[in-house]
Every structure is written in structure tokens, then in C-alpha cells.
Design a protein around this ligand. Structure first.
Ligand SMILES: [Cu+2]
Length: 501
């Protein structure tokens, strides 16, 4: 049992040198003809529109703390790529590390050979090599790019490092009801393992647990502990950052009274769910995962699962110097925050906890609407086998864990192009799972037994012992990965494949 993972470990052996890193600035070249929508099998020659270089470098998260992380272009977060919907760009991805890499275009509708997942058959970016891709960005909105390799027990690999960068795809028409935009990437560094200790978070609404799921989940855990197993490993962190800086160490967000600031917030964490509040202000949530919501609503705090994005307008109408920070005192004290400073104000930044409020996707849904009927429904049950894989929790979908390899396998679910599908998910564990569907956008069709419609996403948090439904149209042929975005969960089995038949 304890030797189930050596292939992955040796495969992903990481490097730690920063010597000789060459930073390649983003290079804008002549615009390509906007009529070129098709993905060329062989991308055009010549200069790329963008170059991204993967390398391990020192990152200064605070004056006294310089850590080592694998990043894009020597910076964290990676450069903001502002793309135009439907206008093809050429991107060169250089890999200066000793291990094969994948760059995933999260939230975009792209072919499987460039999506950036080995499970879908995307070729690796070889160590000390380069891969050129031709990308036609879509749909418009806030997307991102990140590594998509499995890390397993290697806490310097995968999303534990600094390979995260924002993408903004300009829509054809921008309503632009704001004064300016600020991009915020939330990310922890310096990970370590602990046994158990993953805190229960009960911020999701509706809160209804399914008794049958709870009974089975608790019985499995009890039986495991009775056999003498300890709790499976979880990951914790020493440094918490926004845009790569611990609270108080980066430049503040400088605002003027009366400004409407559009925040684009990305949770770039490997494993954590984040929250965010700004004392005396509310967030008007206008988009989730980059997709405009049918019912923009004001909330006092944001909750953002791993890889989720929230775009929210804050009206700056409460002058002072404030901390825009995580609700967790411990995480905020370890850096998860950024200062918001009004013009003409100075002094020590203030934090005031907001009154507790639950986070409900339904709040942003089309009021009173029910989802369209699907053509077919897939059932998925998520289960945890405590510490079953060399001390790590093993995760299964309908009883099967994705095998320990970085490559593809026969798909478990089959799609017909043009059909509308529903995935009914049942979570038989106490953990929250930010589930992600590649290469498609889904609609949340129901949460905890309550139907809803109009909220389009690519990641959704499913609460402990809860159930939910997501709908999607099979409109992008090719292998399609579905997985939990929590790195530990996906690495230890929580993945499955769809194909088109
Ligand atoms: Cu999970």
C-alpha cells in the first residue's frame, strides 16, 4: 500500500535553482487577422504574441521573507493576459525546470490538445523545452492560467508553487459601469503537511445535509479509525498573500471617495477556500467565474473556492485606511489581506469583522427560474477513504479513483454532441469540494434540493454531505476532464473523464 506513488514522485522531482533565469517580457506583435478562428495543428512561425517562461525563482512575499517558487516570467502572479474574444494569439510556453509541465487555460472553451491537461491528451511542455500554441480566446470574461500537473506528496510541485496568472478576455461590448479595475490573486505559500485538522467550514447556503450521505461518510471514517488508521494528511501554510505580498508589504489599493472599483478576485490556492471583506463597504457581485450573473447582488463578504473567481464592484463611500482581508483572523494575521487607502487619508489600516452571512449561489440566480430539462443525467457520488493511500486520503467518484499516472485513460462518461447533460453530485464526505469541468461552462441547476438557473460557472463548491446539480451542453468535442480543484483531492483520485461518442 505504501508504494503506490513512486512513479509520480520521481517524475515530478522538483528543482530549486534560480540561477540563469531569463525573464521574457510580454511581447505584443502585429495583430493577427481576426477571421482566423480555427486552431492550426501547426501554429504559425515567427514571433509569438506572448511568451510565458516557467522557472523557479525567489519571491519576496514580505521584507523579511523571500521564498522559492516556480512561477511564470519570474513574478507572482504571472502576467495579466488581456485577450480579445475570438482573436487568435500565439503563446510560447518555455519550461526552464527539470520536470514536464502543463499550462491549463482555465475557464476557456478550447480544444483538448491545448487545454493543458495530460489526462485529456495535451502534450507536456518538456523540461528545458518549449511548446507553441495557437489559442482563440473564448468566452469573454475573467479566466486564468495555471499549472495542471499532479503534485502528490511533493509540496514544491503543482499548484503549491506560484504558477498562476490572470487572463481577461475582452468582450465585444463592455458595459463598463465602473471607474477602474483591480485584479487580486489570493495565494498561500510555504506549505506543510499535518494529520487531519482540516477545519470544517459552514458558510454555504442552503445548509441542508443529506442524512444518508452523512451516515455513510461518518461510518466509513469511524471504521477506518477503529482499524488504527490516523487521519489522512492535510496541507497548511505559513505565508498568505494577495498578489504575492503579505498584508502590509505590497502597495495599497489607492482609491478616491465616490469611485466605483471593479475587483476581479481569483482564488489561486492549491487547497484552500478563501473569504474577503472590506470594513464599511459591500461588494456588488456582478460576475462569477468571469460570467455575468443574472441577478447582481450586494454582499458583505465574498467566499471563493479554489480556482473560483468573483468580480464585484465596490463603491468607495467610507473614507479611511482599511484592510481588505480574509475573515479568518489567523490567515489575515499571516498575511491574507491588502490595504485600501483613500486619497487624503493615512494611519494604521483598520479591520472590522462583518456580521456573519452565508454564501449562496442562488442569490445571484434568475429569480424564480428553474433550469431547462436535460437530455440525460449522470450520477456521481464522491467518497473519501481515510488515509488509504500511503497516509493520504484516497478519493473516488462512483467507487473509482483516477489511477496514479499523468496521462489519459478510457472515459467513464460519454457525451453526444449537442445534447444537454446534468451531473447530479452527491458528496459522501465532510469536505467541501470545488469541482471543475474543463473546456465547458456549466449552469448550476440545483443546490441542496433547491432548483436554480442562470448562474454559469466552471468551478462550484459542493458542501460536506450535500448534493447539487450542474448542467452543461456538449458543445466542444474531445476528452473532457472533471475533477475536484483541491490539489490533494485531485492528486489522490478525484478525477474522471468524459468523451464524445
Ligand atoms: Cu475535493
Amino acid at each position: 500500500m505504501c508504494d503506490t506513488k513512486p512513479s509520480r514522485r520521481t517524475f515530478l522531482k522538483s528543482i530549486g535553482t534560480a540561477a540563469g533565469v531569463t525573464l521574457v517580457p510580454l511581447t505584443a506583435v502585429a495583430e493577427l487577422q481576426s477571421g482566423e478562428r480555427d486552431i492550426a495543428e501547426t501554429p504559425p512561425e515567427g514571433k509569438p504574441d506572448y511568451a510565458l517562461r516557467i522557472a523557479t525563482v525567489p519571491i519576496e512575499v514580505s521584507r523579511k521573507r523571500i521564498i522559492s517558487a516556480t512561477t511564470y516570467n519570474g513574478q507572482f502572479p504571472g502576467p495579466l493576459l488581456r485577450l480579445r474574444e475570438g482573436r487568435q494569439v500565439i503563446v510560447d510556453v518555455h519550461n526552464d525546470t527539470d520536470t514536464p509541465e502543463q499550462l491549463h487555460w482555465h475557464g476557456q472553451i478550447v480544444p483538448d490538445n491545448i487545454d493543458g491537461a495530460a489526462e485529456e491528451g495535451t502534450p507536456f511542455i518538456p523540461p528545458h523545452g518549449m511548446r507553441r500554441i495557437a489559442l482563440t480566446p473564448r468566452p469573454s470574461g475573467f479566466r486564468f492560467y495555471h499549472t495542471h500537473v499532479r503534485a502528490g506528496a511533493d509540496l514544491s510541485a503543482g499548484q503549491y508553487g506560484g504558477q498562476v496568472g490572470p487572463v481577461y478576455i475582452e468582450p465585444a461590448h463592455n458595459p463598463g459601469n465602473y471607474d477602474r479595475e483591480v485584479f487580486l490573486v489570493l495565494k498561500e505559500f510555504q506549505p506543510s503537511f499535518s494529520r487531519g485538522g482540516d477545519m470544517a467550514q459552514d458558510f454555504l447556503s442552503p445548509a441542508g445535509e443529506i442524512p444518508e450521505l452523512k451516515e455513510r461518510g461518518e461510518a466509513a471514517m469511524k471504521a477506518s479509525l477503529a482499524r488504527g488508521m490516523q487521519h489522512g494528511y492535510e496541507v497548511g501554510y505559513d505565508s498568505f498573500t494577495i498578489n504575492g505580498k503579505m498584508l502590509g508589504h505590497g502597495e495599497p489599493i489607492r482609491v478616491k471617495q465616490g469611485e466605483r472599483v471593479l475587483l476581479h478576485v481569483l482564488n489561486g490556492s492549491a487547497t484552500e477556500i478563501r473569504s474577503l471583506a472590506l470594513p464599511g463597504h459591500t461588494f456588488e457581485v456582478v460576475a462569477l467565474d468571469g460570467n455575468p450573473v443574472p441577478n447582481p447582488a450586494h454582499v458583505s463578504a465574498l467566499w471563493i473556492g479554489t480556482a473560483e473567481r468573483v468580480s464585484a464592484i465596490v463603491e468607495m463611500n467610507h473614507p479611511g485606511v482599511w484592510i481588505l482581508g480574509d475573515l479568518s483572523d489567523d490567515d489575515r494575521h499571516h498575511g491574507m489581506g491588502i490595504v485600501v487607502e483613500y486619497a487624503g487619508h493615512n494611519g494604521h489600516p483598520q479591520w472590522v469583522a462583518p456580521t456573519a452571512a452565508r454564501w449562496s449561489y442562488a442569490r445571484f440566480a434568475r429569480p424564480g427560474a428553474t433550469p431547462q430539462k436535460p437530455d440525460a443525467t449522470f450520477e456521481m457520488t464522491f467518497r473519501k477513504e481515510n488515509a488509504a493511500d500511503a497516509g493520504f486520503n484516497r478519493w473516488t467518484i462512483n467507487g473509482a479513483a483516477y489511477p496514479d499516472m499523468q496521462g489519459t485513460m478510457p472515459a467513464s462518461f460519454h457525451l453526444k454532441q449537442g445534447q444537454r447533460y446534468r451531473i447530479r453530485m452527491r458528496n459522501e464526505s465532510d469536505d467541501i469540494h470545488p469541482v471543475h469541468l474543463h473546456r465547458h461552462t456549466f449552469e448550476i441547476a440545483g443546490y441542496a434540493g433547491k432548483p436554480m438557473a442562470g448562474v454559469m460557472k466552471d468551478v462550484m463548491m459542493l458542501g460536506g454531505y450535500q448534493e447539487a446539480e450542474i448542467d452543461f451542453v456538449a458543445d466542444n468535442p474531445g476528452l473532457t476532464l472533471f475533477h475536484c480543484h483541491q490539489q490533494l483531492h485531485m492528486d489522490y483520485g478525484f478525477m474522471t473523464l468524459f468523451d464524445y461518442v
